[in-house]
Design a protein. Structure first.
Length: 401
């Protein structure tokens, strides 16, 4: 899941380090949003190291990506721990004076707060009323616990233990719209050997398919990710997710076999991998050397069309989605429409590629072609943003809300 953890300015913020660690270890994509006051207790460097994501406190950072609302829109879950009396009051009043405030107003995800303050503050009528207001809006309140407080005091107001907050927060999130579904995703670029050293391949990093798999898992699906050649580190995040199983392959034939096996029980099949169209008619058992003479040509034979095969073998109720990498020109959408019809996919995602775009780049630009040839979705942004747009289109086709 994409989880936002808001940290506010209380001494109990030190416990939130363990909270974030537990969420990351469980395979979640955690984004920490500290208030400026909270940084007096725990610094940015700690949050970035523990969460493995960049951290900012300002609504003026990353303006082009509209970060002050994007975090809330992307979140599957928002946790505020510790939640001070001031934060609870701001939430109840709908104030948006900082990045955490705007994130909370922009999200439709479940919100969990773990209050922490002195007993007198917790029992004050204003705090009691604010908590009641938040509960009426569906906010889940965890704690506070009764125990020792700062300064030698004791009583209700102690931040609940990180393990208890995690358990309550995850319980507040339903399985997600894809709960109970099995999804098969392919990613990376296939490699067709010429000899023990060389191969025919492409520049696919595998990052887009990894994000598609990860977003499906965050939405509750059980995912089989068939991965051909990918860049170093691309699979780290998805491999940590408990609902993702990775199958490693190299050639188009191996990928086709693995996807066929996975598709046999899958509800949704998404072919993101960049599959080589051709392979060598014969593979040399020894290295091809210059001194052996000039190599005038290499005989190639076509690989099987994996996407078309999966679409032809689809079961009733199964959704098959293809990806097509195309260089940008005026005919891009028409070529994508023809390709979708030729291959028989329910949806075809056409992504623009070039020397500096698509393959190996941090972002992507896509259009999703539906069964009637219409463009049902478009997206430009990071590959995580594109993955969410793809799954929004798939869930719409399947009638999932």
């Amino acid at each position: 899941m994409f989880i936002v953890v808001g940290v506010t300015g209380g001494i109990a913020a030190y416990k939130s380090v363990q909270l974030v660690r537990l969420l990351v270890q469980a395979g979640h994509d955690v984004h920490v949003v500290p208030t400026p006051d909270s940084l007096r207790f725990i610094g940015l460097t700690t949050w970035e190291a523990i969460s493995r994501n960049p951290v900012t406190t300002s609504v003026h950072d990353d303006v082009a990506q509209v970060r002050h609302v994007a975090l809330g829109q992307s979140a599957d879950l928002v946790i505020v721990a510790p939640a001070t009396a001031n934060t609870l009051a701001a939430m109840a009043a709908g104030l948006a004076s900082d990045l955490l405030g705007t994130t909370l107003l922009a999200t439709t995800a479940p919100v969990v707060v773990a209050p922490a303050m002195h007993t007198e503050m917790w029992r004050h009528p204003a705090t009691t009323a604010n908590v009641a207001t938040l509960r009426e809006r569906g906010v889940v309140v965890v704690g506070p616990a009764d125990g020792p407080l700062t300064g030698g005091d004791s009583g209700p107001g102690r931040l609940s233990e990180p393990e208890d907050i995690v358990a309550a927060a995850l319980a507040a999130v339903s399985g997600g719209p894809l709960d109970g579904l099995h999804v098969a995703v392919s990613t990376g670029g296939t490699r067709e050997p010429l000899d023990p050293v060389r191969f025919l391949g492409n520049r696919s990093s595998g990052r887009q398919g990894a994000e598609v798999a990860l977003d499906a898992a965050r939405r509750g699906a059980t995912v089989t990710l068939v991965a051909a050649s990918v860049d170093a580190g691309v699979l780290d995040g998805v491999a940590a997710h408990p609902r993702v199983t990775i199958v490693n392959v190299e050639t188009a034939a191996q990928l086709g076999e693995a996807m066929g096996t996975a598709a046999a029980s899958a509800d949704v099949v998404v072919m993101v991998a960049a599959v080589a169209d051709y392979r060598a008619a014969s593979v040399s058992e020894s290295k091809l050397r210059k001194e052996d003479g000039p190599l005038d040509s290499i005989a190639l034979v076509p690989n099987d069309d994996i996407l078309a095969g999966l679409a032809a073998a689809r079961r009733p109720g199964q959704t098959v989605v293809g990806f097509a990498a195309e260089t940008a020109d005026d005919d891009l959408l028409e070529r994508a429409r023809r390709k979708r019809e030729r291959k028989g996919a329910d949806l075809l995602v056409v992504n623009e590629v070039g020397w500096d775009t698509g393959f190996g780049a941090g972002g992507n630009t896509i259009a999703v072609i539906g069964a009637d040839g219409a463009v049902v979705a478009e997206a430009t942004g990071s590959k995580a943003v594109v993955a969410r747009a793809v799954w929004d289109a798939i869930t719409a086709v399947r009638g999932i809300r």
